[in-house]
Ligand binder design. Sequence first.
Ligand SMILES: Nc1nc2c(ncn2[C@@H]2O[C@H](COP(=O)(O)OP(=O)(O)OP(=O)(O)O)[C@@H](O)[C@H]2O)c(=O)[nH]1
Ligand SMILES: [Mg+2]
Length: 302
Amino acid sequence: MNEQAQTKNVFITIVGRANAGKSSLLNTLVGEKIAAVSNKPQTTRTKITGVLTKDETQFVFIDTPGMHKAVNKLSEHMLKTVNESVADADVILMMCDCTKKISPNETELIRSFRSNDKVILVLNKTDLIDKKEELIEKLAQYSELYDFTEVIPASVLNGDGLDTIMQALDKLAVQGPHYFPDDKFTDQPEKVLMAEMIREKALINLNEEVPHGIAVTIESVSERDTKEGEPIMDITATIFCEKDSHKGILIGNGGSMLRKIGSEARQELEDFFRIRVNLQCWVKVKEGWRNREGIIRNFGLD
Ligand SMILES: Nc1nc2c(ncn2[C@@H]2O[C@H](COP(=O)(O)OP(=O)(O)OP(=O)(O)O)[C@@H](O)[C@H]2O)c(=O)[nH]1
Ligand SMILES: [Mg+2]
């Protein structure tokens, strides 16, 4: 047998309700911060691929936006992405929040699975549950709705259940080539990773309607040496929001909020790209952009 014939791959589509911990799982399993994570629902807006190559097996994870009630055109695009991803999936990892009741969105999602789909159900956030009986009851409720290949309680936060998830996925790997170079961990272009790091910090620091209407674009990236001869990366970004009143909140008193977001994002950019970063953020308003197809397309969110 040649080397190629011995390699294995498995494509895993991660789906589930908003805020269940899908992107947290992706980042943890891949071991790199690829996807934005926040305590606000609808953090993820597009499909994000994360790759982990372990020995002969390549695991390709596809993180998707969380299921929610469509409220605007952007939501419609996000939900379409989920539906298409489920239809194309080899293996589905459905992520639930075990502290929450089964939602109509989840029931609808489960109904869209075909009878021969391989679906692993992960009941996440077990760290928040005191009584084991509650978990067993949740498990039984989900199992009534579909014949899941495996049901795994987990806490991405504590690392519980992650080995079991990897073992379950490994069992579903099939012989075939590695579609990504073994040292590659995402298909996200650098500029998208940068924009998402900034958007994540905006999501974490802002409240109510403001964070949901944020989009970030990277205007320029360049590298130079400082006078002392230290390499530094200059990044210019624009943070878009939907209203003038949101712009005021985003900038904050005397620019305090924008400085906080910028400083947290710069820290993360420096850690990720392992280079000193000089980040300049500008704020602009694009009135009601989440309902404007052209702008959604320009932001790469269609
Ligand atoms: N307590 C607890 N919190 C968790 C766990 N996993 C994730 N979280 C938190 O849950 C929140 C949502 O996590 P995300 O990974 O952004 O969730 P998501 O499913 O990708 O959300 P969307 O992209 O909005 O669909 C964040 O605040 C995480 O830190 C867990 O095991 N336990
Ligand atoms: Mg997410």
